[in-house]
Ligand binder design. Structure first.
Ligand SMILES: Cc1cc2nc3c(=O)[nH]c(=O)nc-3n(C[C@H](O)[C@H](O)[C@H](O)COP(=O)(O)O)c2cc1C
Length: 491
């Protein structure tokens, strides 16, 4: 059995050992492969890193990524000193009690409860958006620019909210968007989302960076013990190495994921200043480096790229339409649809169609990637104006700034089969765990049903462009695009 002192001697970039759950690991050769960058590991070189590691890594991560010879064996616990710096920044404990869940009447109330109760680190990660925050603000503002054209006297005693999303039956036109690292805010993490998906039969698109193992999520989504069940989709960030990408795709298939959603708006991670600021402030306060939950900055200490100046982020910045063909082949056509997440222009929607993709997912990543990016509502209208054939040939889902049942219905009227929400579900699980996720879905369900009655529709397929007024947003669309020379200026 090793001692804490022995491990402590390997505390540098040249020889870096860490202790996790009582075992020592040699991570020297893994430093530059770590998706979060080497610095966040080096901070723990020679020490017990369990507290930092636990909330953000799913079970089995070490076994998957470290060759067996790097597993050094047990460390005598009586020889290991407690972590010197237990910064409140990394705490997942919730110091304040949220108000009773019954007082949350809408998703904004849940967000408010989360802002008071989740750790500062989790809040900074969930809440942050890129640069000037313009993309995030546009998302909310653009839903408000669309109004309804309510019809009356239509017998709306019974309404149906059923929908198919990425090929799967769902009880609502709602999907849980991929969002990473939920265990930063709650010990059950993404399991809370999976339970919500199972109970209410809505799809859950699990993030590649889920802090709960995908196998566990798949088992949880498949049944909630009462004969209900949802569907799990897998969101993939394409890694640099093809063998890693192939393993991810095979894993998604093995776990029975019913769709592969490839995120294409993330050649580098957006500059999320709230997240970075929290990390810097926590570092100042504690005197030790506190990594942002997830940011490009942490890559600064990675070894230089021998090939030149390609960004050192965790995802492939070299991903292109050619590489997509390879992904298409790996996933095949039997396992469910392949969707591209992060489409933001009519041109790329058309290219996706020509590339044989089954569905597009309009998104600016909740305003966390490109600054001044268009909202999904705007992109949808752009597609309708310049290449409407895309909507006949491919399913469209979208997200960004959706906070009300009315927003969901506007998106459906624009042509979306499903509408995803990211932050609201993270806030819900952060403040209230699984019950919070249940409540968030119930709020959306009630708002959707009520609004359907108030605008005179009894099923979602009755919604179309005549159900809404998009004049304000249309005025902000590009007048012409060289890729579509023969398009009229009307929708
Ligand atoms: C905390 C957080 C983590 C996220 N993680 C991922 C991810 O791992 N993969 C991904 O494709 N998108 C990710 N996103 C983006 C969401 O999938 C989604 O596009 C966005 O949250 C939608 O905007 P909304 O938060 O306004 O609903 C994340 C968003 C948040 C807020």
């Amino acid at each position: 059995m090793l001692t804490g002192d022995e491990v402590g001697q390997h505390n540098s970039r040249d020889s870096c050992w860490v202790i996790i759950r009582g075992n020592a690991y040699d991570v020297t050769n893994f430093l530059d492969k770590h998706p979060g960058g080497p610095r966040s590991i080096l901070r723990w070189a020679g020490k017990d890193a369990t507290e930092e590691y636990e909330p953000i890594h799913p079970a089995g991560t070490i076994e998957k990524h470290l060759p067996i010879e790097c597993h050094l064996g047990l460390v005598n616990p009586s020889t290991v000193s407690a972590p010197a710096q237990n910064t409140s920044a990394s705490s997942t404990q919730d110091p304040a009690k949220p108000p009773p869940l019954s007082l949350c009447l809408n998703l904004h109330d849940i967000e408010h409860a989360a802002s008071k109760t989740v750790s500062k680190r989790a809040w900074a990660y969930f809440h942050s958006a890129a640069d000037s925050l313009a993309s995030e603000r546009t998302n909310a503002a653009d839903w408000a620019k669309i109004s309804f054209r309510p019809r009356i006297l239509r017998n709306v005693a019974r309404v149906s909210t059923r929908r198919r999303i990425l090929g799967q039956a769902a009880s609502l036109p709602v999907m849980i968007a991929p969002a990473a690292l939920a265990r930063l805010a709650h010990p059950d993490g993404e399991l809370c989302l999976a339970r919500g998906a199972a109970r209410y039969n809505v799809p859950y698109c699990a993030s590649a960076y889920s802090s709960v193992a995908h196998g566990e999520l798949a088992a949880c989504v498949a049944a909630d013990g009462q004969g209900r069940g949802g569907k799990l989709f897998f969101q993939m960030y394409v890694p640099r190495a093809r063998d890693e990408a192939a393993a991810m795709i095979a894993g998604a298939r093995d776990n029975g994921c019913a769709a592969l959603v490839v995120t294409v708006d993330t050649p580098v991670v957006g500059r999320r200043e709230e997240d970075e600021r929290h990390s810097l402030e926590a570092e100042l306060e504690s005197g030790v480096y506190v990594p942002p939950a997830y940011a490009q900055r942490d890559m600064a200490d990675a070894a230089p790229d021998p090939e030149g100046s390609e960004p050192r982020g965790p995802h492939s910045a070299a991903l292109d339409w050619e590489e997509l063909k390879w992904i298409r082949k790996q996933w095949g056509t039997q396992s469910g649809p392949l969707a591209l997440k992060g489409i933001q222009t009519a041109e790329d929607a058309k290219l996706a169609m020509e590339a044989g993709v089954d569905a597009i997912y309009l998104s600016n990543h909740g305003g966390r990637q490109a600054d001044h990016a268009p909202s999904a509502a705007r992109t949808m209208l752009e597609i309708r104006k310049f290449c409407p054939e895309v909507l006949e040939r491919m399913e469209v889902v979208l997200d960004g700034g959706v906070r009300r049942g009315a927003d969901v219905l506007k998106a459906v009227a624009l042509g979306a089969s499903g509408v995803a929400l990211g932050r609201p579900f993270m806030y819900a699980l952060g403040a209230y765990g699984t019950e919070g996720v249940f409540r968030a879905i119930e709020i959306l369900r009630d708002e959707i049903e009520n609004q359907m009655r108030l605008i005179g529709v009894t099923s979602l397929d009755q919604l179309n462009l005549e159900s809404i007024n998009t004049t304000i947003l249309e005025q902000e669309l590009p007048r012409s695009l060289s890729a579509f020379p023969r398009v009229s200026s009307k929708l």
